[in-house]
Each structure stands twice: as structure tokens, then as C-alpha cells.
Design a binder for this molecule. Structure first.
Ligand SMILES: NC(=O)c1ccc[n+]([C@@H]2O[C@H](COP(=O)([O-])OP(=O)(O)OC[C@H]3O[C@@H](n4cnc5c(N)ncnc54)[C@H](OP(=O)(O)O)[C@@H]3O)[C@@H](O)[C@H]2O)c1
Length: 321
């Protein structure tokens, strides 16, 4: 596959430093990209040379054994197994390269993408799909009040765009970064903003009441913002966790039961979600023009990682190899 553009996640430097889990080094990093198929093995039928595809990196052997090719993070318990080790040995390298050899299971065709005017922008698709899978875990969004915790991050920014595209009545963008929140508010009158104070009760009152809360926070030192989102739910509401919070949550049994709340987790996305999100983009319902696209090449990896680290919210860095 010829790599056209690959999203460089904001926390890639952490991955390189080894702060996000082990990888079978040396390897070519890179979790996902937009690519053009150049050749296929004889047993591959769902894509043909010339197709524009999203490579999702997700390789699923069933039974909880899932890997992201060329990236950290394992499905299931997250602990890995002898089988995920073997999978990572065979499917080793990611897509931060000019050309990539990809497992057929990781490729989803994007019909009509060859006519999309700005393919580099499409490399944000994986984050939009991860956000969409999380939102869909809470059921239909149309006419419901949604909050995105960590909306100032890239996954959170993607979730705000998705919730607006899928007809949420209001989307409350929650985060610390004032400028990023103000930028989100400019997306339209359905967007409300709440700047995190660090006080759980104050934040819960500022966020809610909402029907759906999506937690897309990075690694936070406490679970207070996540629990403020839990507190902000209306009866029968749903909290979905998709972020990188390494904290335990203390959920009051009686409250969850009496308020008929749902707590869900969501990891990565699936082919159906990719197709849905691509169709929203293709039809114009999901407009990517609000996203600020910054591009880098392969020549200066250290500068690229620095730029990615500084770029969050509705901005993202795409590697054009
Ligand atoms: N579920 C999945 O399938 C999946 C897939 C990809 C990534 N992830 C996880 O999602 C997380 C977010 O990814 P991203 O790309 O959106 O990262 P990002 O752009 O760096 O965003 C991080 C977010 O976390 C907030 N944050 C960080 N530290 C905080 C703190 N101490 N207190 C309050 N807020 C804090 C930031 O808020 P401010 O900017 O306002 O400070 C920002 O909104 C990552 O940690 C990753 O592990 C999950």
C-alpha cells in the first residue's frame, strides 16, 4: 500500500519513550493511515489495487486477543497473551512509511475517496471513528444532550464534531484549555462549554444534566473529572469511557441502580463505524473544514513529535511521507 497520510497522535512522543507500554522494537511505528492499495495477496478480495482505504491497524484473533499493528495498546484485558505476542511478531511494522504491508483485516475501503479534495484531512478518520464508536455505545444521539469530557483533546474534539453531525441537541465541551474550548464554541449554537475547575461537584453542575457523557481524557492524576461526568448524568443516562485515564472509579452501587445508569467502555472502532463516518463526511453532514491540518514529512521525526505534542483539540498533525 502507498501511504498517503497518517495521523501522528498527540501522545506519540510518550509512545516512543516507552511510557505507554511495550513494543517489539525495533519497528516502524504508526497506527493508522489513508492509503492507496498497490498490490494484494491472492486471497484478498475486498480491496483491489487503486482503492483508497483506511488502515485501522486493528487485528483481532477473537477471544479478546487484539493488537494494534505498529502501536501500543492491546484489546481484551490489555495484558496480552502468547497469541498476541505471535501476532505482533508476524504483523510488526506500522504505517509511518512511504509504503506499508498491511494485514487484509486492517483495511477498510473508502468508496469515492479518490475524489475527496483533501486526502490528508481524511487521516483524522481513525480518531473520528474511535469517538463515533464510543458515542454509538450510548445509543442514538439525535435530540439528546451530550457532554464530551476532554473535548480539548484530539479524541474529544473528534467526538464533538461527531455528536453535532449525528444530531445531538446540545454538546457540552469540557476541558481545561480555554482557547481550545472557545474554538469549539465557535462550531455552532448547539455547543456549550465548561472549563474544568477540579472540584467534582462544581464540574458536575457545570457539565450537566446530560443524557450521554463521553470521557476522552488523557492520563489524569485523579478520576475527579470522570466522576463529575458520572454525576452529571440524567436518570437512564450513559457514561462511556474511551480515554487514557489510569485510575479506578468508585461507583456508588445504589445510585447507579436507582438512577438506572449505564457505564460502558469502548475501544477502537469497527468496519461498520468506519463506513458510517466516511458516509457522513462524503455526504457533507460531517464537515472537516473546522479541523486545522498541519503536515510533516519523514525527514525530521523529532520535530514532528514535538509539533504533534503541541497540537491538540481541533488541530492535528498528518505525516505525508
Ligand atoms: N478507546 C480507544 O480506543 C482509544 C483510542 C485512541 C486513544 N485513546 C486514549 O485517549 C486519550 C486521549 O487521546 P487524545 O489523542 O485526545 O490526546 P490529547 O489530544 O493529548 O488530549 C488529552 C485530553 O486530556 C486532557 N487532560 C490531560 N491531562 C489532564 C489533567 N491532568 N486534567 C484534566 N484534563 C487533562 C486534555 O485537556 P486540556 O488540553 O484541556 O488540558 C485533553 O482534553 C489517550 O490517552 C489515549 O490513551 C483511546
Amino acid at each position: 500500500m502507498e501511504v498517503l497520510a497518517a495521523h501522528l497522535p498527540a501522545y506519540t512522543k510518550m509512545v516512543v519513550k516507552g511510557n505507554r507500554g511495550g513494543l517489539p522494537v525495533p519497528l516502524t511505528l504508526g497506527p493508522s493511515c489513508i492509503g492507496r492499495v498497490t498490490d494484494v495477496a491472492p486471497d484478498v478480495f475486498h480491496v483491489i489495487p487503486g482503492d483508497i482505504v483506511l488502515d485501522t491497524a486493528l487485528l483481532d484473533a477473537g477471544g479478546g486477543d487484539e493488537i494494534l499493528v505498529g502501536w501500543v495498546g492491546l484489546g481484551g484485558s490489555g495484558a496480552g497473551s502468547e497469541r498476541t505476542d505471535r501476532m505482533r511478531t508476524v504483523w510488526h511494522d506500522g504505517v509511518f512509511a512511504e509504503k506499508a504491508l498491511c494485514a487484509k483485516e486492517t483495511m477498510v475501503k473508502l468508496p469515492g475517496a479518490e475524489n475527496y479534495p483533501d486526502p490528508a484531512r481524511l487521516s483524522f478518520l481513525p480518531w473520528l471513528c474511535i469517538a463515533a464508536a464510543g458515542l454509538h455505545a450510548a445509543g442514538p444521539l439525535t435530540g439528546r444532550d451530550v457532554a464530551v469530557i476532554g473535548a480539548t483533546g484530539q479524541l474529544g474534539g473528534a467526538a464533538v464534531l461527531m455528536a453535532l453531525a449525528e444530531g445531538a441537541a446540545t454538546v457540552t465541551a469540557v476541558g481545561r484549555n480555554k482557547e481550545a474550548l472557545e474554538r469549539l464554541a465557535e462550531l455552532g449554537p448547539r455547543v456549550r462549554i465548561h472549563r474544568l475547575t477540579g472540584d467534582r461537584a462544581t464540574d458536575a453542575a457545570g457539565i450537566g444534566p446530560v443524557d450521554v457523557a463521553l470521557d476522552a481524557l488523557g492520563a489524569t492524576p485523579t478520576a475527579d473529572a470522570t466522576m463529575a461526568a458520572y454525576d452529571s448524568l440524567r436518570g437512564r443516562g450513559t457514561l462511556v469511557l474511551i480515554g487514557g485515564v489510569h485510575q479506578d472509579l468508585i461507583i456508588p452501587y445504589g445510585d447507579l441502580m436507582h438512577r438506572r445508569l449505564t457505564l460502558r467502555g469502548s475501544w477502537m472502532s469497527d468496519e461498520e463505524t468506519v463506513t458510517t463516518v466516511w458516509n457522513l463526511i462524503r455526504s457533507g453532514l460531517l464537515d472537516l473544514s473546522a479541523i486545522e491540518l498541519l503536515t510533516v514529512g519523514l525527514d525530521d521525526p523529532a520535530a514532528a513529535l514535538d509539533l504533534a505534542e503541541r497540537t491538540t483539540g481541533l488541530g492535528f498533525v498528518a505525516l505525508i511521507p
